[in-house]
Design a protein around this ligand. Structure first.
Ligand code: PMP
Length: 356
């Protein structure tokens, strides 16, 4: 606490990112990065962009990238917004679209950045409890008769549970709330979920947010994007241009463009992650874990006889980091990112040793 801090800063509870260890030989299954490197075409594009043109500002609208995203997802470039990681896109959406008179709604167990943005922007909010089996029930997001309903943000698949919501369920929520924005945070959609992007043409209140950090192996490049009606994108642009006109630097724009265009590499690495996830799930079941059905690049698992914090600490001793959240309802779960087959085998081997 410092007397120089503004009252807002003094009141913040900032997000705590998963550890990025300085030791190189750890097996890192804690922050849902992709275990495979980005497409070789991305690296070539970034190298090719490394020249004297770096003295110039980048294109503030990242037009080439927005066109490529528009083409890939069958939306107009004017329906695409790009930002410095989807965290930035989300932050701008909270400020531009989710700060309304009725409280913002999101699940009680979800991406822990949402309450942080609410704190930063002073957004009133209310949490909606997941079901006993950690599902989002769409019926909980329908407006109650006679009461104004606030905007909504949900990850699909949800984090950290990994459980997906079917497209029909998303549509029910979006259709029932036409006067408020519904943001679907699809950070993990490419590992088995159904994107809501196809609904954008019919619902002007839907904003779909995606990232290159997970399925395109580019967490280090910091590029995320949103797709939605032009009115929503214009709202995001107004905030962006009141904050930082150039969120995508020249190297990021070049690498991101190549990533979006290399569909074959994307499909291949996603399929590999999904195969490994399914094998890891089977191996965890065999060790007695309950594993929530995941459509993401991580699994959320608990053991009926083992304390999660102790397991996380014991794994760390073995050089393997996983994520444990000390939050109500989920403090007996471990969130394990899907690594390579070899990394997941090491995890299972280490757990067997710990249980022996
Ligand atoms: N949404 C969810 C649900 C996430 O888990 C993450 C990753 N922490 C993000 C958004 C942000 O990812 P990025 O800023 O790397 O695009």
């Amino acid at each position: 606490m410092s007397r120089f801090w503004s009252p807002v800063v003094a009141g913040l509870s900032p997000y705590v990112p998963g550890e990025q260890p300085k030791l190189r030989n750890l097996i890192k299954l804690n922050t849902n990065e992709n275990p495979y490197g980005p497409s070789p075409k991305v690296l070539d594009a970034i190298r090719a962009a490394c020249d004297d043109s770096l003295r110039l500002y980048p294109d503030p609208g990242a037009d080439l990238l927005r066109q490529a995203i528009g083409k890939r997802y069958a939306v107009e470039p004017a329906q695409v917004f790009v930002g410095n990681g989807s965290d930035e896109v989300l932050a701008l959406a909270f400020q531009a679209l989710l700060n309304q008179s009725e409280p913002l709604r999101y699940p009680d167990i979800t991406y822990s950045f949402y309450p942080v943005y609410c704190g930063l922007y002073g957004i009133r909010h209310q949490t909606v409890a997941l079901t006993e089996d950690f599902r989002i029930d769409p019926a909980d997001y329908l407006p109650t008769a006679g009461k104004g309903a606030g905007p909504i943000i949900l990850p699909n698949p949800n984090a950290p549970t990994g459980r997906p919501l079917a497209l029909d369920d998303i549509e029910r929520i979006v259709a029932a709330n036409p006067d408020v924005v519904v943001v679907v945070d699809e950070a993990y959609i490419d590992f088995g979920g159904e994107s809501a992007v196809s609904l954008i043409a019919r619902y002007d209140n839907l904003l779909v947010v995606q990232t290159l950090s997970k399925s395109r192996s580019l967490a280090g490049l910091r590029v995320g994007y949103a797709m939605g009606s032009k009115a929503l994108i214009d709202g995001l642009d107004r905030v962006k241009n009141s904050f930082n006109s150039y969120p995508i630097d020249r190297l990021a724009a070049a690498g991101a463009l190549a990533a979006i265009e290399d569909e074959a590499y994307f499909q291949q690495t996603c399929a590999a992650v999904v195969r490994t996830r399914d094998a890891l799930t089977a191996n965890l079941h065999a060790l007695g874990f309950e594993v929530l059905p995941s459509a993401a690049n991580f699994v959320f698992a608990r053991h009926p006889a083992r304390d999660a914090a102790q397991m996380a600490a014991a794994l760390r001793e073995e050089g393997i980091i996983v994520r444990h959240f000390r939050h109500a309802r989920i403090d007996q779960f471990l969130r394990i990112s899907v690594g390579t087959d070899a990394e997941c085998d090491s995890l299972v081997h280490a757990l067997k040793g710990i249980f022996a």
